[in-house]
Design a binder for this molecule. Structure first.
Ligand SMILES: [Ca+2]
Length: 452
């Protein structure tokens, strides 16, 4: 048999390393309940209500009484004859307000605020936290919500109206029926991981409290601007397959609650990579047996299974005789003794042949049962020649064994072509020695019949 080792290529996938750029972003969108209690007076149950001016029947604290009625049935809001002015609430303790809400009833839309600033008192001055202008689309019995970024705490906040919606001659020309203030709650930090694969980038992140789903955004530049590539993702992973190997991508994901983005992740980057080739040797060995050839080879990491191929000619072409072979050996029993076969084995990864072994060859051989060597007794040796002629010799077992040893040696390619058999006293005559010479190539078969 022949053993030829050669190198072959084996495909492995190298995943790119990902790294994280952690940029914590303050998340807005989740808010507390109204932080102002239902007021029953200017200072009860807590805090202090104030305003630039007010009408006696519509004092400022009515804007915090929990009642949004402002019509012929009652005037549950702050009203002032002035066209502009401010309305404030001072908390007993500082708050970080990020949202305020105003209510509207069904009358006197022209008295509602059109332009204003929302401000926090820092002890010496009002800091403008939010500015609005040209707000004219008030809808009856519908609240308006305003959110803004603010990380500072203030005890006292106010809305400072600089323009109403046109009222000039009503009893009250500026009305705020109800005003609520909410704190922003910071959502769970979102840690995004990006891992490059072959023509893909796998993203994963942590669960964010309050999120109903997630949006995936991508940029080819660190820090953005980002383009949304997937929305309404449930779960905490996503695979981007719209990528080009070798190109670096930057991702962020945002947590979404009922349509609002309530948090954003760090910027994570990855570069998808194609497969690369590493040399690994698959060495095949073939051993001939009786009506079989045993094949064995070494383990190749990452290989799902192996295919075995055979040819009756060195170098192929090969015919696949076994597929999906697990383990590292195979026995071919579809062989004929005395015939030489040539084999290769291929590695298979998820259905694809990824590598090939050396060619190994073997010739299956029948086994020869050796008769026990008799050293005593006598036997009749009958030799049948290719002409059909039979020759009989009455010999000692030692002589018979000697003949058999010559025959086997000659069959294996060594020894003389002719063997001399002593005829002893058979066919008596006036001779001191009589021998019969038999030619190996003329022997068809022989048999030994021991009789003593
Ligand atoms: Ca009210």
């Amino acid at each position: 048999m022949r053993k030829i080792a050669k190198l072959f290529s084996f495909m492995v996938i190298l995943a790119s390393l990902s790294f994280l750029m952690v940029t914590q972003v303050f998340a807005t969108g989740l808010f507390s309940e109204n932080q102002i209690p239902k007021m029953t007076s200017k200072t009860l149950p807590s805090g202090i209500v104030s305003a630039s001016s007010e009408n006696a029947i519509t004092p400022a604290w009515l804007a915090f009484d929990g009642n949004s009625t402002y019509d012929g049935d009652g005037y549950g809001g702050w009203g002032t004859p002035q066209k502009t002015g401010w309305l404030a609430y001072e908390f007993p303790n500082p708050k970080v307000i990020n949202k305020y809400v105003m209510s509207h009833s069904n009358q006197w839309r022209e008295t509602l605020p059109k332009s204003w600033t929302f401000e926090g008192w820092n002890g010496t001055a009002w800091n403008v936290l939010d500015s609005r202008s040209n707000i004219t689309d008030w809808v009856s019995y519908t609240v308006k919500e305003f959110t803004f970024n603010n990380t500072n705490s203030y005890s006292k906040y106010r809305i400072n109206v600089t323009e109403n919606n046109g009222s000039v001659a009503n009893t009250n020309n500026l009305i705020i029926v109800e005003l609520q203030m909410m704190e922003g709650t910071q959502s769970t930090p979102i840690t995004l991981t990006a891992t490059g694969g072959d023509a893909k980038v796998d993203l994963s992140w942590n669960v964010v409290a309050g999120a109903t789903n997630y949006t995936v955004k991508r940029s080819e530049v660190s820090g953005g601007p980002y383009t949304t590539i997937a929305t309404a993702i449930n779960g905490t992973s996503y695979t981007d397959t719209t990528v080009t190997n070798g190109k670096q991508y930057y991702y962020v994901i945002t947590a979404v609650n009922t349509g609002n983005e309530i948090g954003i992740s760090n910027d994570a980057t990855a570069t998808p990579h194609g497969t690369v080739t590493l040399p690994i040797t698959l060495t095949l060995t073939a051993t001939g047996g009786d009506a079989k050839v045993d094949l064995s080879w070494n383990v190749i990491a990452g290989t799902t299974n192996y295919n075995v191929k055979r040819s009756e000619v060195s170098g192929g072409p090969y015919t696949t005789i076994a597929t999906g072979v697990n383990g590292t050996s195979y026995t071919d029993t579809t062989v004929t003794n005395g015939k030489q076969y040539y084999y290769v084995v291929t590695t298979v990864n998820t259905g694809n042949e990824t590598g090939i072994s050396n060619e190994a060859s073997a010739t299956p051989q029948g086994t020869v049962t050796q008769p026990p060597a008799e050293t005593s007794g006598r036997a009749i040796l009958t030799i049948i020649m290719d002409t059909g002629l039979e020759k009989e010799f009455d010999l000692s077992m030692t002589e018979v064994n000697s003949f058999i040893a010559w025959y086997e040696a000659k069959a294996a390619g060594t020894g003389t072509a002719i063997y001399a058999i002593d005829k002893h006293n058979n066919n008596k005559g006036p001779f001191t020695s009589r021998k019969d010479y038999v030619v190996y190539g003329k022997i068809l078969s022989f048999e030994v019949n021991q009789y003593e």
